[in-house]
Design a protein around this ligand. Structure first.
Ligand SMILES: Cc1cc2nc3c(=O)[nH]c(=O)nc-3n(C[C@H](O)[C@H](O)[C@H](O)COP(=O)(O)OP(=O)(O)OC[C@H]3O[C@@H](n4cnc5c(N)ncnc54)[C@H](O)[C@@H]3O)c2cc1C
Length: 378
């Protein structure tokens, strides 16, 4: 058993850490305040090969493993969650379905631009009436004269409406008890994208409502086998959970870093508040939980890299890091006192960005359902 990161993992960690500190940190607050999508940072991340880390080089990706990808997402979220989710959703939700289930032709058509980060992709599963119960999808696609004609809507879809978004993969009902995945290119007539949604956090990330009315795409845009959509999206979510869990660890680490430096600088009663045991215990508890959360994330990533079943560990990592980041960011803000409640203080942004980690890619309750099922409970 070797718990050290290998040299290639250390290299990616150091590269992304430098990128996050030197390029993302100086603009994160401004992007958040202005709800502005980070086009320049996406282009720079693409240059560094960060927009397709686990996609093989032959398709334009970096050919890295899941652990490299998780380490990269953790480092981004340590500084800014909007940039981290932009990269994570593009990779795990936008690009991965095409890589995992696409025909060779589809892969050649879409992956080089996506995995190199020139274009972005999205995954549209959630609907106004189908969230946790994602199988209740109502969007329909009917095969007519060699085309899938799509009618329905999706909600809260990340990366769907940027200027560089190439496509969205959506789940649609293609028969009575049949769900399939279809690739819908942006710009297809009948496919409308709402203005960006106004969010509590992740404000520099792109989140949209999608509407399909008589939207026709070629029959060849079916992804994988017809009727396999349900299984496919479960698999996508399992993998995506590792990256959202990495975001939980990264956000918690970033919140801890802020709290620790603030506690050392802030003086009350004639000494740094870090010298009070109450504050020390809070920081100590945070450090313990972050370490435990990181171990869960790395284990889930490692299992996936060994081609072993990782579903249970991914759900555990996602649940634990969602809840630990909640506790950590709450305590970190507490340590900042009133200054933490001011928008000018970075911890306020971390606090707003945290909550969605307990909702997206399956809520805490859904993770517990997945874990309980895996434990063989009836
Ligand atoms: C910023 C953002 C980005 C997102 N990006 C994407 C994306 O790119 N693609 C995409 O497809 N989706 C995306 N989503 C959607 C996200 O995955 C859903 O919001 C999430 O799955 C929960 O669905 P819901 O919001 O409909 O809540 P609901 O399913 O309505 O849940 C409401 C509450 O009921 C609980 N609940 C539901 N069923 C049960 C049950 N059986 N037992 C116990 N409790 C239950 C839930 O845990 C939750 O607390 C995004 C959401 C947000 C907010």
């Amino acid at each position: 058993m070797d718990l050290d990161l290998g040299p290639e993992h250390e290299l990616i960690r150091d590269t992304v850490r430098a990128f996050a500190q030197e390029r993302v940190a100086p603009v994160a607050a401004e992007l958040d305040r202005e709800h502005r999508f980070p086009y320049e940072l996406v282009a720079e991340a693409a240059e560094l090969g960060l927009m397709g880390i686990p996609i093989p080089e032959e398709y334009g990706g970096a050919g890295g493993d899941t652990l490299s990808y998780a380490v990269a997402i953790e480092e981004l979220a340590r500084v800014d969650s909007s940039v981290a989710i932009t990269v994570a959703a593009h990779t795990s939700l936008g690009t991965m379905p095409i890589f995992l289930f696409g025909s060779e032709e589809q892969k050649r058509q879409w992956l080089p631009a996506l995995a190199s980060g020139k274009r972005l992709a999205a995954f549209g599963l959630t609907e106004p009436d189908a969230g946790s119960d994602a199988g209740a999808t109502r969007t329909r696609a009917e095969l007519r004269d060699g085309q899938w004609v799509i009618d329905g809507s999706k909600i809260f879809i990340t990366n769907a409406g940027t200027e560089i978004t190439a496509c969205v993969t959506i789940t649609a009902r293609t028969g009575e008890d049949e769900v399939s995945n279809l690739i819908v290119p942006n710009g297809t007539p009948g496919y409308e994208i709402s203005p960006p949604m106004d969010k509590l956090g992740w404000r520099a990330s792109d989140t949209r409502e999608l509407s399909f009315q008589g939207c026709a795409v070629p029959e060849a845009n079916l992804l994988g086998e017809r009727g396999r959509g349900f299984r496919q999206f479960l698999e996508i979510l399992d993998g995506g959970r590792i990256s959202v869990a990495a975001m939980g660890v990264g956000l918690a680490q970033g919140a801890y870093d802020l709290a620790r430096s603030y506690a050392l600088e802030r003086h009350q009663f004639g000494k740094p508040i870090a010298s009070f045991q109450a504050i020390q215990f809070q920081l100590a508890d945070m450090a313990v939980e972050i370490e435990a959360g990181r171990a869960l994330v790395y284990k889930a990533a490692w299992l996936k890299d060994q081609d072993r079943d990782f579903r249970l560990e991914a759900a555990m990592a996602k649940l634990y890091t969602g809840e630990l980041s909640h506790r950590v960011v709450n305590t970190a803000l507490q340590i900042h006192g009133g200054y933490g409640f001011m928008e000018e203080s970075p911890i306020a942004r971390f606090y707003r960005d945290q909550k969605i980690l307990e909702i997206g890619e399956g809520t805490n309750e859904v993770q517990r359902m997945v874990i309980a099922r895996d434990l063989g409970l009836p």
